[in-house]
Design a protein around this ligand. Structure first.
Ligand code: G3H
Length: 482
């Protein structure tokens, strides 16, 4: 989708392959193919976005708020008609379970309606005058320019739209490249984008990041890099920009969120929350619990009950009833998971659950590893998959020091009962991460709450409310009371 046109592609293509087998005999399934776009298409998209923005004087940034809202409403209504198609592709392309695929779609639609409401409020607020020391001001929010947007494979619809929608509604123009996995599901929505927004406001490119995103960055004409994914891609793109100090970054990156289980924790609740925290969507969430610290006094009981529970989960294809675990969409992920398990076992950890690590192609049983030590790769790396490193501690300073030394700082889950212990601990943890979850697993939502991180985990803040601010700048008119 470039400059309001859905282009026909006649060049080479790359097949989109699902790791889910469509036959009894295991074989990956080819779902379709995507165009291998390159520099010419990238530059056309950039020109279209620059044209529609036209240094802030273009049709989109100057459009009346109510008209921009009309466009967004038209889009979301058209999008809603594609629910079944998108959900089916979510299941096939990334292996997300059927209930979670519907949840991703519905959450995205709700996010768009909430964004529209919040934008209306922002507009009402900006109509008010302020007066300080005899100076009146009429403060409003304006767009930043051209936004290059790249989303992740684990929420290819929801998290990408959590960037794209606020960027668009604030009056920016956009170029969007879908993730490698979860790319076909954007195609049913192309026509909705085309027919809802003026030409050049939303441009969608297919192909590899290196082939389309990097050349766009090199021109120095991008104002905002909005990316949810890994820091390697974010850094590589940022470095391409010749004036990267001018670039606004809206980034959601890696995290290594810990669970800290205190000796008085309610174990039933803790185990349930740690199961969903570590293994929802097979652990492929930036908010997943990626390391579990259990107090020495309760570690044996925790490990026994937690491991049994992991082994009792149900494996299957995304559309099967009651499945908890599904195949991983990245073909090379099993080999990576195996490397982590081998490395940890060589250095002294054991797989505590009977089924742990067993795999059949991309269907991998989660492995509970204990005792994990700091020299192991699984302690350091964001596994983003079904491996659960467990460490025990006798002094709370141990997990606190580890968190202070970590490169990440998104969230933590704290399990315990005694308020006199919890209260000061919450204060300490809040200075290390951005969200402390008390007796509950880490998560991004509800989407009205700020979603961000310290250190290498994020730049800027997302949420219905904050994203509008992340994609805009405050400008104002001032005059004196003469
Ligand atoms: O992958 C990172 C996502 O922000 C996780 O979102 O906590 O709603 O699953 P979630």
């Amino acid at each position: 989708l470039v400059n309001g046109e859905l282009r026909k592609w006649e060049g080479s293509t790359t097949p989109v392959i699902s790791t889910i087998s469509s036959t009894e005999e295991y074989a990956p399934t080819t779902l379709g193919s995507i165009p291998d776009m390159g520099e010419p298409e990238a530059f056309e998209a950039l020109d279209a976005a620059l044209g529609a923005y036209d240094q802030g004087q273009g049709v989109w940034p100057t459009m009346k708020v109510k008209d921009r809202i009309e466009c967004m409403l038209a889009f979301v209504k058209r999008m809603e008609q594609k629910r079944e198609e998108v959900v089916k592709l979510l299941m096939w392309e990334i292996g997300k379970s059927e209930p979670d695929s519907y949840k991703e779609f519905d959450r995205t639609v709700e996010y768009i309606y909430d964004t529209i409401e919040d934008y209306k409020q922002l507009d009402r607020d900006s109509a008010k005058f302020q007066k300080h020391d005899g100076v009146y001001a009429h403060i409003r929010r304006g767009p930043l320019g051209v936004v290059l947007c790249l989303g992740p494979y684990n929420y290819p619809l929801n998290e990408t739209f959590a960037l794209l929608i606020p960027a668009i509604i604030m009056g920016n123009t956009t170029i969007f490249k879908p993730a490698k996995h979860g790319v076909l599901l954007i195609t049913p929505l192309l026509e909705a984008f085309r027919s809802s927004f003026p030409k050049g406001v939303v441009n969608i490119l297919f192909g590899r990041g290196r082939a389309v995103a990097a050349p766009i960055m090199k021109t120095g004409k991008v104002d905002v890099l909005a990316l949810i994914g890994n820091s390697k891609s974010a850094n590589a793109l940022q470095e391409q920009h010749p004036k990267s100090n001018r670039l606004r970054l809206v980034l959601g990156l890696e995290a290594k969120n810990p669970a800290i289980v205190l000796p008085d924790a309610d174990l039933d609740l803790t185990i349930n929350e740690c199961i969903s925290g570590t293994l929802s969507f097979n652990g492929q969430r930036c908010t997943a619990l990626k390391v579990v610290y259990v107090h020495e006094d309760i570690k044996d009981e925790f490990l026994k009950r937690f491991s049994e529970k992991v082994d009792s989960l149900k494996f299957g294809n995304p559309w099967e009833k009651g499945v908890n675990l599904t195949p991983l969409p990245e073909p090379d992920k099993p080999a990576y998971i195996q490397e982590l398990l081998d490395d940890a076992q060589i250095k002294g950890a054991k797989i505590k659950n009977k089924k742990g690590g067993k795999h059949f192609d991309n269907y991998i049983w989660p492995a509970v590893l204990y005792p994990v030590t700091k020299d192991m790769r699984v302690y350091e790396e964001e596994q983003f998959g079904p491996v659960i490193p467990v460490l025990s501690f006798s002094d709370i300073e141990e997990p606190l020091n580890d968190m202070a030394e970590s490169n990440y700082g998104q969230q933590v889950s704290l399990f315990g009962k005694d308020v006199y212990t919890l209260s000061p601990l919450i204060d300490s943890l809040a200075n290390l991460v951005c969200r402390v979850n008390l007796n509950s697993s880490c998560q991004r939502g509800p989407d009205v709450y700020p979603f961000t991180g310290r250190k290498d985990s994020a730049q800027s803040t997302l949420s219905v409310h904050d994203a509008l601010r992340s994609f805009s700048i405050r400008t104002f008119v001032a005059f004196k009371d003469n």
